[in-house]
Design a protein around this ligand. Structure first.
Ligand code: RIB
Ligand code: CA
Length: 328
């Protein structure tokens, strides 16, 4: 095995975050250096507990977990228990974890690990970007020290999923998302443009429900989560593998086709809070060329590409490897 990928997962462990943790735990390409929990799908107490529990079920109790932000930078927390279930893992009942989170808060842990693993560390963020923004407040160069920052968030050419304009993670903490996108990190944006096309249907795995005893604990947890996720909220019994795909893109970048863009996140809009506006240089230059007669667009601004936005995905290939790794 060539050098494994040094990865930290920043998670708001709900259903699909749990599936991403299980995928990381079961992928030999990944050296999982830690998980940082953040408030999002459920409270940070619950996301921390869920993260510890999922790691233990996966037999990875040694992976450290650092507890993060209790709420977005400036907004009120809006959880999604309606979608992820009261405790965030659908209807799955998991034993209380025996482990505890680190005493060190998540933002400080992230900064310490970036300094320790300079340019080797890949951060995969699958929740609101509050912890990452707080790490930037501690060390403004945090983003630039990372090998790569893979973000599950945003919707550049696709509709939002929490409002017509915004994807849930960016909606929950738009100020953090905007700060992180302007941080100079090497960002791959895994938004709804591709995760909405990466759907696992219950009909593909329902047969496993007939002999649950034949599944190992991690596969059984994944099946329990997917049963809830597909049958309760899925479209036609399908679950969008948002967070697992973000990890997949970190491991296998050729799963997706990307376009280099400048991405800005709306933080002032009433209807457009959390909207991720992506544009390429051509779009920007078109505005400037028209500047002669219209003050509105005569303002010169630098085009600063800041993200590789995922626009196409080989969904069947990812779903195949996802099922293989999770024993589904
Ligand atoms: O919009 C989907 C994202 O929001 C996923 O990361 C899901 O877990 C929620 O955090
Ligand atoms: Ca998430």
């Amino acid at each position: 095995m060539t050098d494994r990928l040094k990865i930290i997962l920043d998670v708001d462990t709900g259903a699909d975050d749990a599936l991403a943790i299980l995928l990381a735990a079961r992928s030999p390409e990944v050296e999982l250096l830690g998980c940082t929990s953040v408030a999002g799908n459920v409270t940070v107490d619950q996301t921390t507990l869920n993260t510890l529990a999922v790691l233990e079920i996966a037999g990875r109790k040694e992976v450290p977990v650092a507890r993060g932000a209790t709420h977005p930078l400036v907004r009120r927390l809006s959880t999604a228990t309606f979608f992820h279930g009261p405790k965030g893992l659908g209807s799955a009942e998991v034993p209380l974890p025996t482990g505890q989170p680190l005493a060190q808060p998540a933002p400080a842990f992230l900064v310490e690990m970036a300094n320790k693993y300079q340019s080797e560390l890949i951060l995969v963020a699958t929740g609101p970007l509050t912890n990452v923004a707080l790490a930037l407040l501690i060390d403004p160069d945090f983003g630039r020290k990372l090998k790569k920052l893979v973000i599950m968030g945003g919707a550049v050419r696709a509709p939002g999923n929490i409002t017509p304009a915004a994807e849930a993670n960016f909606y929950n903490d738009p100020e953090a998302a905007q700060a992180v996108l302007q941080s100079g990190a090497k960002i791959t944006l895994v938004g709804l443009d591709v995760t909405d096309r990466t759907i696992l249907y219950w009909s593909e795995i329902a047969h496993l429900d007939e002999k649950p005893a034949e599944l190992d604990p991690a596969s059984r947890l994944a099946l329990d989560i997917l049963r809830f996720y597909t049958l309760t909220h899925g479209e036609n019994g399908g679950a969008h593998l948002h967070d697992p795909l973000a990890l997949g893109v970190a491991i296998w970048p050729d799963l997706v086709q990307t376009e280099r863009m400048q991405v800005e996140v709306e933080t002032a809009g009433k209807l457009t809070r959390g909207l991720s506006l992506g544009f390429n240089r051509k779009a920007r230059d078109k505005f400037v060329d028209m500047g002669d007669y219209d003050d509105a667009v005569a303002v010169e601004f630098d085009y600063v590409a800041n993200a590789d936005v995922c626009l196409q995905v080989d969904a069947p290939r990812f779903i195949k490897v996802f099922r293989e790794r999770l024993g589904l």
